[in-house]
Ligand binder design. Structure first.
Ligand SMILES: CC(C)(COP(=O)(O)OP(=O)(O)OC[C@H]1O[C@@H](n2cnc3c(N)ncnc32)[C@H](O)[C@@H]1OP(=O)(O)O)[C@@H](O)C(=O)NCCC(=O)NCCS
Length: 158
C-alpha cells in the first residue's frame, strides 16, 4: 500500500541512491554533478514542496513542485520540477499518484495550471505526462553548434 508524505532530511541519502538508479532518457544523458543534497535545487524557489511515496516504509519515489507568480501574468502556476520512481517500484502507478497529489497541492496554492520540462528521448516521462493530460507546448532547442577543422599535423610538426 503506497502512502504519500512530505520530504524530510532523513530521506536525503536514500533519494540520492535512487536518483543514481534512474537514467532519464538514454545513457548519454548527463546525470549532473555528484550531488550531496537531493533538494539543493529547491533553494532557488520562494516556495517548494517535495512529496515522498512510500511502500512498506521504503521510499518508492518522489515529486517536487513550486508555485510561481509573475506580476504580468494573471494566474499563479505550478512548475513540476521532477518525478522519480525507484526502478523496483515502476509501472505500478506510483508516478501517477504523485502527480495527482502534486496537482492537488498546486490547486490548494491557487495555481491555475501546471507545467514541466521533459527530456525529449525520455519516452517513459512523455507517455506518463500525456496520460495525465499534459499537452506539448513547444520543443526547446539549445543554441549550440559544434565546429570542425581538419589540421595538417605533419606540416605543423616540421
Ligand atoms: C517516468 C517515471 C517517473 C514513471 O514512473 P512510474 O511510477 O513507473 O509510472 P506509472 O506506473 O504511474 O505509469 C503511468 C503511465 O506512464 C507511462 N509509462 C510509465 N513508464 C513507462 C515506460 N517505461 N515506457 C512507456 N510508458 C511508460 C505509461 O503510459 C503508464 O501507464 P500504463 O502503465 O498503464 O501503461 C519513471 O520511469 C522514472 O522514475 N523514470 C526515471 C526518472 C525520470 O525520467 N523522471 C521524469 C523526468 S523528471
Amino acid at each position: 500500500m503506497v502512502s504519500i508524505r512530505p520530504f524530510n532530511d532523513n530521506d536525503n541519502q536514500r533519494m540520492l541512491e535512487i536518483e543514481r538508479l534512474c537514467p532519464q532518457g538514454d545513457e548519454k544523458c548527463a546525470m549532473g554533478v555528484d550531488k550531496k543534497d537531493i533538494i539543493a535545487r529547491y533553494g532557488l524557489y520562494d516556495n517548494w514542496i517535495v512529496l515522498v511515496a512510500e511502500e512498506d516504509r521504503k521510499i518508492a519515489g518522489w515529486i517536487g513542485l513550486t508555485v510561481k507568480t509573475i506580476p504580468e501574468e494573471k494566474e499563479k502556476y505550478a512548475y513540476i520540477t521532477e518525478v522519480m520512481v525507484n526502478p523496483a517500484f515502476q509501472r505500478a502507478g506510483i508516478a501517477t499518484r504523485l502527480i495527482k497529489e502534486a496537482e492537488k497541492k498546486a490547486t490548494e496554492m491557487e495555481a491555475g495550471h501546471a507545467y514541466c520540462y521533459i527530456y525529449e528521448p525520455n519516452k517513459a516521462s512523455r507517455f506518463l505526462f500525456e496520460k495525465m493530460g499534459y499537452s506539448e507546448m513547444r520543443g526547446i532547442k539549445f543554441p549550440g553548434i559544434s565546429t570542425y577543422k581538419k589540421l595538417d599535423v605533419l606540416r605543423n610538426i616540421q
